[in-house]
Unconditional design. Structure first.
Length: 239
């Protein structure tokens, strides 16, 4: 394929731009985006943990309220039994009241023990909830910092030419037949055209035999030799 030296530079620029675009589409996200995604995922996880910790605290607080409510009822029952026992003369009825009084006292003692355990447990649960909420606040700050870094990185690239626009512009500067041959070769090896650094092909990195190096170097200035390994059009150093 023949092409003047100035347009050879354009072809090399086009080939490099297309390779960069392909590599970019297959590459990972930017470091800033990766950091942002991780920070957001961590925040979601920590918020879920904090919500779960709050639910456990709520359940225990409800349990304490239930115990306290049951205790109040039993104390009223105890008082009622004591009052009734003081006025009751029937022995059978007095035995029933004494049994009820004993049952109420025993249950009150059990509830007081349960209440003490619940109070001890809720103290630890509240500490765990507070720690979880503190971690959420830290994660929110990390997300805010990651967002700022991501926006700053986007601002840096905001004025750059879109890679696709650049490719279209470079393509328009080259003859249609050259583009056809170049694209055919690119479809075959994924490169199309590459820099020849004096010894090796920039497309496949193969070091050419001495005889082939000589042929490439001595080819007419407007001719684009091809790599014997990958077939890429070799573009020599152009001053």
């Amino acid at each position: 394929m023949k092409l003047d030296q100035q347009q050879q530079k354009t072809l090399l620029e086009l080939a490099n731009a297309e390779r960069a675009l392909t590599a970019g589409a297959q590459s990972k996200l930017s470091p800033e985006q990766e950091t942002m995604d991780k920070a957001q995922a961590d925040l979601i996880r920590l918020r879920d943990a904090a919500a779960a910790a709050q639910m456990v605290v709520d359940d225990m607080e409800n349990e304490i309220l239930r115990i306290q409510s049951d205790e109040r009822k039993l104390r009223r029952r105890k008082k009622d039994s004591q009052d009734a026992l003081g006025a009751e003369t029937d022995e059978d009825r007095r035995r029933d009241l004494q049994h009820d009084l004993y049952t109420a006292k025993s249950r009150i003692a059990d509830l007081m023990s349960e209440l003490q355990e619940a109070h001890n447990e809720i103290h630890a649960l509240r500490n765990n909830r507070d720690l979880a909420q503190s971690r959420v606040q830290d994660a929110e700050r990390e997300v805010a910092q990651a967002r700022e870094a991501l926006e700053a990185a986007r601002d840096l690239t905001a004025g750059e030419e879109d890679p696709r626009d650049r490719i279209a512009r470079l393509t328009a500067q080259l003859p249609a037949e050259v583009i056809t041959e170049y694209q055919a070769q690119r479809m075959e090896n994924g490169v199309g055209a590459a820099q020849f650094n004096g010894r090796s092909c920039g497309g496949c990195a193969m070091v050419l035999p001495a005889g082939m190096v000589s042929e490439v170097r001595n080819a007419p200035a407007d001719e684009l030799p091809q790599c014997p390994e990958c077939g890429s059009y070799l573009i020599r150093d152009i001053s």
